[in-house]
Design a protein around this ligand. Structure first.
Ligand code: MG
Ligand code: ZN
Length: 216
């Protein structure tokens, strides 16, 4: 396992170096199946496509359903099918990048396989990880799957429009995430209704600006 991770990290570092030199901010987007990762991405593309150049790598076990949804927004998208594999790794991303033009690109989002466990262990060459946790999943998840919250700079608390129909305790989740990862940001939002989306879009804009500045 150590050897596999060592080789993965070496390739991830190469991917990161190459994209950072071109001023591309790379986000590894994590979360359970059904947490709303693809819906969040669709709304994000619709909001930002006139102000920055985006591309998406879609990780899925099978099918190109999510890649098809992204492609409808006119954003370049590469599908990676893991054929049952439960996470993406850096070699898969390196291979996908060969088919993705990165010149002039501002933002690359890699939607990982829906899974709260091992995707957290594999660096893909990203600048940051963000995890989508929907309120319908329950606020015990950070403490049950701490690594992914420890690794993620940002937790998106999605489906906040539904919170009154659930027992989800936003304050408790925020406290748990703060314990696991002091200083991590938590943004409650609803990708479906648009509530809270502005803060997420501003977070992305700031990261893209930083990366562009650093590349110059
Ligand atoms: Mg998806
Ligand atoms: Zn896995």
């Amino acid at each position: 396992m150590k050897d596999i991770l060592g080789e993965n990290d070496r390739i991830a570092a190469t991917v990161h170096e190459r994209l950072a030199a071109r001023g591309v901010f790379v986000l590894n987007l994590l979360g359970s199946p059904g947490s709303g990762k693809t819906t969040l991405l669709e709304k994000t593309m619709a909001a930002l496509k006139d102000e920055m150049k985006m591309a998406v790598i879609e990780g899925d076990l099978f099918t190109s359903k999510d890649a098809d949804r992204i492609a409808r927004h006119g954003v370049p998208v590469i599908q990676i099918n893991t054929s049952g594999g439960c996470h993406l790794d850096a070699p898969m991303v390196e291979k996908a990048l060969a088919a993705l033009p990165t010149a002039g690109l501002d933002l690359l989002v890699i939607e990982n396989v829906g899974n709260l466990v091992c995707p957290a262990e594999f660096a893909l060459g990203e600048d940051a990880k963000a995890v989508v946790l929907s309120v319908t999943e329950g606020n015990d998840k950070p403490m049950k799957y701490p690594l992914i919250f420890k690794e993620s700079a940002l937790t998106i608390l999605n489906k906040i429009d539904l919170v009154s129909y659930t027992d989800f305790d936003v304050a408790a989740a925020q406290e748990d995430i703060g314990t696991i990862h002091p200083g991590a940001m938590v943004l409650p939002l609803s990708a479906r209704t648009g509530e809270g989306m502005a803060a997420w879009l501003d977070w992305l804009r700031a990261r893209v600006r930083e990366r562009r500045g650093a590349a110059r």
